[in-house]
Design a protein around this ligand. Structure first.
Ligand code: CU
Length: 257
């Protein structure tokens, strides 16, 4: 295991200092309007640029996992150019009380860091075309309705690449978008909610846990050369998180080097 990998942790395992650094990075990015800023990244997924790839648009070629991995990678680099120690934390929706219940507290607090607005709680969408002007909001369901560990194990036990990516996207990922509700439930604006990236980080982590077991499985070869716009990356460039320079904390002991 290389020492220089960036380690992504669970939101529930962040120290106060790490949570503060994460807020600081997002707070700085949210104040920037150029292509280093939060609004720019949010606008790549749905409105106004619509680069995201979901299975419903791309069947039978499934770029959902590779595209979102490239997306998070670039977002994380932008966050690290603000605060160099930051890595993207994942939201483990399978945790239950007392460890966590529903939306993690760091995303739920309205204020943080001495009464400042919490940059993880909401972000104001200000777009002219289409005209959308509001602060993101959520309408979460009951905490018991989030996917459980056995739901996750079920999806992870799917050996075939196509079955796996479809199950992860439709049974876990979509369910959590709908569960959070509000903007997160609408593809066009979901990425403006700051929790989006930690939700997708969990999805990316589950793909990696599956890859540790299955490699690339039966992923079709012709998928590998596909470019993932607007990123200058192909599917083959994002297959290994270690090659991208990061790892997932809980996976460290089981990842073959
Ligand atoms: Cu999503």
């Amino acid at each position: 295991m290389a020492d220089n990998l960036r380690i992504r942790k669970g939101v529930h395992n962040l120290s106060d200092a790490e949570a503060g650094a994460f807020r600081d990075a997002y707070r700085q990015m949210q104040a920037i309007t150029d292509n280093r800023g939060f609004a720019y990244f949010a606008g790549l997924h749905g409105v106004p640029n619509w680069y995201c790839q979901h299975s419903t648009d791309t069947a039978p070629a499934y770029y959902f996992l590779p595209w979102h991995r490239a997306y998070l990678y670039n977002l994380e680099l932008a966050a690290r150019s603000r605060v160099s120690t930051v890595t993207l934390p994942w939201w483990d929706w399978t945790l239950r009380p007392p460890r966590q219940s529903g939306i993690p507290k760091i995303f739920e607090d309205r204020t943080a860091d001495g009464g400042k607005p919490n940059p993880l709680y909401s972000f104001r969408i200000d777009l002219t075309n289409p005209s959308i002007h509001h602060a993101t909001r959520r309408q979460p369901g009951s905490a018991d309705d989030l996917p459980s560990q056995s739901d996750v194990d079920d999806v992870l036990s799917t050996g075939d690449w196509t079955d796996f990516t479809l199950a992860l996207e439709s049974r876990l990922h979509n369910l959590v978008h709908g569960w959070v509700g509000g903007d997160m439930a609408i593809v066009a604006v979901a990425a403006f909610d700051p929790i989006f990236y930690s939700h997708h980080c969990m999805v990316d982590r589950l793909w990696w846990l599956w890859q540790v077991r299955n490699g690339n499985g039966s992923m079709p070869d012709d998928l590998l050369d596909t470019v993932l716009p607007p990123f200058n990356m192909q599917v083959r460039d994002v297959l290994s998180v270690n090659s991208l320079g990061y790892d997932y904390a809980a996976a460290q002991t089981v990842v073959p080097i």
